[in-house]
Design a protein around this ligand. Structure first.
Ligand code: 2RA
Length: 353
C-alpha cells in the first residue's frame, strides 16, 4: 500500500491547482488522497483522479495515517496545524510564510536543493513564496555554473498571488472599466470603479489594478520595504545556500490574472557570456528558453500560464556591469510558484522516505 497524502486548504486557488496537477499525472505514489479544509468548506465533494472525495473539516484526527500533508492556508493556520500534523506522524509541506525562515525547517525547490528535504527535525518542510520561487530554477542553474553574487529584481506579480479574492477583484475591475474611456485622466479609473460599486477598502490591492500597475505587494516593513521584497531577499539566500547574497527587490502588482514575471539583474563571481548562460538554461528540464528577439520571441505570462516550466528570455550581457546578465523570467505563480513545487516536494519525500 502506498503512502497517504492530505491536502489542507483543498478548496482554495492553490488547493484546486494541486488537485489539477495530481489529476494530470499519469501515475502518483499515493494509495489515498484526503482533502481537508475549514469547517465552512467541509462536506463539499470534489473529483480527484476520477473519484469523488468528500472534504473533511480540519481536526487533529484527519492526520492519522497520513504520510505527507500539504498545507495551503493562512500563516496562522499553518503555524497552529502543521506541527499537529507532524506530531501525528505526517511530514508537513507548508506553503505559508510561517516556517520559511526557521533554521530547523528546510526551504526546498527540488531542482535546486532537493537534498535539504531530508533534513527536517520538526517534520516540516517549507515551500518558498511564489515570487522568489518563480526565478529559482533559473537562478539555481546559473549559480551552479557561474557562482551568483548579487541579484537586483523587479517583479510583475499577477492578481492571483492574492488568492481567489485577487482574481475576482481584477475581473470585477476589468468589467467596470471595459468599453469606457478611462485611464486618460488622473483618478478616472478609481471613479469608474466607484461608479460600479467597487469599494477600495474591499480590494486586496492598495490601488486600482485594472489599467494600472501597483508598486506594492505584502505588508509594510522597516524603512519602506514590503514583506514581499524582504521575502525575495531572505528566501533566495536560504534556497541557494548563499547567506551573504546581495539582493535588492522591488515588487509590483500588474493586471495579469496568473503568472508572475521578474526582470532580473544577476552578477556572478565567474565570467559569464550570453551564449554560455543560454546553454545552461536550455539544458534544464524545467525551463523553457524563449530568447530570439530578432524573431520577436521572448517569454510573456500568457505563454507560461497553465504550464509547469519556468520561461526565460531576454538574456543580455549588462553593458556597464562586469559578469552580469539581464534576464526576464515568467512562472505560473499557482503552479511552480505554489501548488506544483509543494507537490514536487511531497513526491520527493514519498519516494525518498
Ligand atoms: C503574492 N507572493 O503574489 C504573494 C503570494 N504568496 O501576493
Amino acid at each position: 500500500r502506498g503512502p497517504v497524502l492530505a491536502i489542507v486548504g483543498a478548496t482554495g486557488a492553490v488547493g484546486s491547482t494541486m488537485i489539477e496537477i495530481i489529476d494530470g499525472r499519469p501515475d502518483v505514489p499515493w494509495s489515498e488522497i484526503r482533502l481537508v479544509a475549514s469547517p465552512r468548506s467541509a462536506g463539499k465533494v470534489l473529483r480527484v483522479r476520477g473519484e469523488d472525495v468528500t472534504v473533511l473539516a480540519l481536526a487533529p484526527e484527519v492526520f492519522d495515517g497520513v504520510d505527507v500533508a500539504l498545507f495551503d492556508v493562512p500563516d496562522e493556520v499553518s503555524a497552529q496545524w502543521a506541527p499537529i500534523a507532524a506530531e501525528r506522524g505526517a511530514v508537513a509541506v507548508d506553503n505559508s510564510g510561517a516556517f520559511r525562515m526557521d533554521p530547523d525547517v528546510p526551504l526546498v525547490v527540488p531542482e535546486v536543493n532537493a537534498e535539504k528535504a531530508a533534513e527536517r527535525p520538526k517534520g516540516i518542510i517549507s515551500n518558498p513564496n511564489c515570487t522568489t520561487l518563480s526565478m529559482m530554477a533559473a537562478m539555481g542553474a546559473l549559480h551552479r555554473e557561474f557562482g551568483l553574487e548579487a541579484l537586483v529584481v523587479a517583479s510583475y506579480q499577477a492578481a492571483s498571488g492574492a488568492g481567489q479574492g485577487g482574481i475576482d477583484r481584477l475581473y470585477a475591475e476589468l468589467a467596470a472599466v471595459s468599453g469606457r474611456d478611462v485611464g486618460v485622466r488622473g483618478g478616472d479609473v478609481a471613479e469608474a470603479l466607484a461608479a460600479a460599486g467597487l469599494d477600495p477598502a474591499a480590494s486586496p490591492f492598495p490601488a486600482p489594478l485594472a489599467l494600472n500597475v501597483v508598486p506594492w505587494a505584502g505588508s509594510l516593513k522597516d524603512d519602506g520595504w514590503s514583506s514581499e521584497e524582504l521575502k525575495v531577499r531572505n528566501e533566495a539566500r536560504k534556497i541557494l545556500g548563499i547567506p551573504d547574497l546581495k539582493v535588492s527587490a522591488t515588487c509590483v502588482r500588474v493586471p495579469v490574472v496568473t503568472t508572475h514575471s521578474l526582470s532580473v539583474h544577476a552578477t556572478f563571481a565567474r565570467e559569464v557570456s550570453v551564449e554560455a548562460a543560454r546553454k545552461v538554461l536550455a539544458e534544464q528540464p524545467s525551463i523553457v528558453l524563449r530568447d530570439d528577439p530578432a524573431a520577436g520571441e521572448w517569454p510573456t505570462p500568457a505563454d507560461a500560464v497553465g504550464g509547469d516550466p519556468t520561461w526565460v528570455g531576454r538574456v543580455r550581457q549588462a553593458l556597464d556591469f562586469p559578469n552580469t546578465l539581464e534576464l526576464f523570467v515568467c512562472g505560473d505563480n499557482l503552479r511552480k510558484g505554489a501548488a506544483l513545487n509543494t507537490y514536487e516536494i511531497a513526491e520527493t519525500v514519498a519516494t525518498s522516505g
